[in-house]
Design a protein around this ligand. Sequence first.
Ligand SMILES: Cc1cc2nc3c(=O)[nH]c(=O)nc-3n(C[C@H](O)[C@H](O)[C@H](O)COP(=O)(O)OP(=O)(O)OC[C@H]3O[C@@H](n4cnc5c(N)ncnc54)[C@H](O)[C@@H]3O)c2cc1C
Length: 419
Amino acid sequence: MANDVGTNWAGNLAYGASTLHEPTSVDEVRRIVAGVSSIRALGSRHSFNSIADGTAELLSTAALTGPVTVDRDRSTVTVGAGIRYGELAQELEREGIALANLASLPHISVGGAVATGTHGSGKRNRSLAAAVVGLELVTGSGDLVRFTTSDPDFEGAVINLGVLGIVTRLELKVEPAFEVEQTVFERLPLENLLQNFDGVTGAAYSVSVFTTWRDPDVADSVWVKRRPDQDAPLEETLFGAVAAKDERHPLPGLPAIGCTPQLGVAGPWYNRLPHFKLDFTPSNGVELQSEYLVPREHAVDAIRAVRELSPEIVPLLQVNEIRTVAADDLWLSSSYATDAIGLHFTWVQDQPAVEALLPTLEAALEPFLARPHWGKVFTPGAHDFDRLYPRLEDFRLLTKRLDPEGIFANPFTASLMAR
Ligand SMILES: Cc1cc2nc3c(=O)[nH]c(=O)nc-3n(C[C@H](O)[C@H](O)[C@H](O)COP(=O)(O)OP(=O)(O)OC[C@H]3O[C@@H](n4cnc5c(N)ncnc54)[C@H](O)[C@@H]3O)c2cc1C
């Protein structure tokens, strides 16, 4: 136990909790939770907003990583919620199995990523939470509750924003290990992207478009992650963009040393699907992030809307990533019941300026039913979550049932729970 709880990864938020618990077993979690009136789980601290803040105490899941148990008959792996994807991948490698997808970085905890609906990219790849087929959580009374896919509330319990309890273990779907080749194509004429959105984003298993909008007619790069066992071979050009001859970083000008291997060299899934390597600082490190998930049918119009705002966006932007996420059934998923595109913004770390710009950006994306990423910076109160999430009322009922005393509530979730 310690008093200085510290900050989130980005350093833009100092947690207000007075106590940080660091349990090493589920029994310890149960004892801690049963003895407090306000607590939340803290994963690897990679969220940019106050979603993990605002309770009197915090419970770090960092030591709740194991055991990692593979069930070959069910094609699943069960893990402790605190394990980071990069560490899990090393365990899976030994077993010759893989997860279907990963986020841009392997540094995040499985429990934290799932709780916020974290996703990677890929036309047919769903959010990371969609791999969950079972979970176990400690409720406010200290009881251990298990959810499986046959529970009627299962789809509500997976992406839970930390408000249902402390998730201690998760069962994830796995598949045989596979290889991926990563190729970066540069200078994609924007009109080619807009005219061929399905072609570009469907060019391979996972595709991300990066642009700084400094030239509104050209997207800086397209990161194509190809599965040789599924995808057609790539050519030297992609809708007018040209394959890079050297390795790149998604943020122009930064060294590629911290990025996963490129140049079309085949390698294991976990060392290609994320953009960043586990043993390096991901992205820039000095930044803020926002992301809005828009139904795929609005992709082109939403990108045009962002482009319209490029004069205001460019001074605060490090890079804009455009990616795709397939629909799932999880109630609080930003791709709930719709294939979606993610419009992700890595901003400079100037919170007042970013917060001043966001209402304009959000107003421009609102007609497209944009859902803000739960773990990134967005304008509180600016989104009609009941409209965006048709199962939100069911989630409120589930929360009242599992956490009647509001032990896991914080101001972030309280505003969502209020009608
Ligand atoms: C450099 C960088 C790159 C990123 N890239 C992506 C990306 O590619 N795609 C994407 O979608 N997001 C991305 N994110 C956002 C990130 O994935 C989410 O913020 C995610 O929640 C981080 O997980 P965490 O373990 O750090 O969670 P934390 O920030 O520690 O916690 C987030 C929330 O989850 C809850 N929580 C954590 N663990 C548990 C648990 N065991 N039980 C119950 N609740 C829990 C917390 O209470 C809190 O509400 C990125 C973030 C950074 C910093």
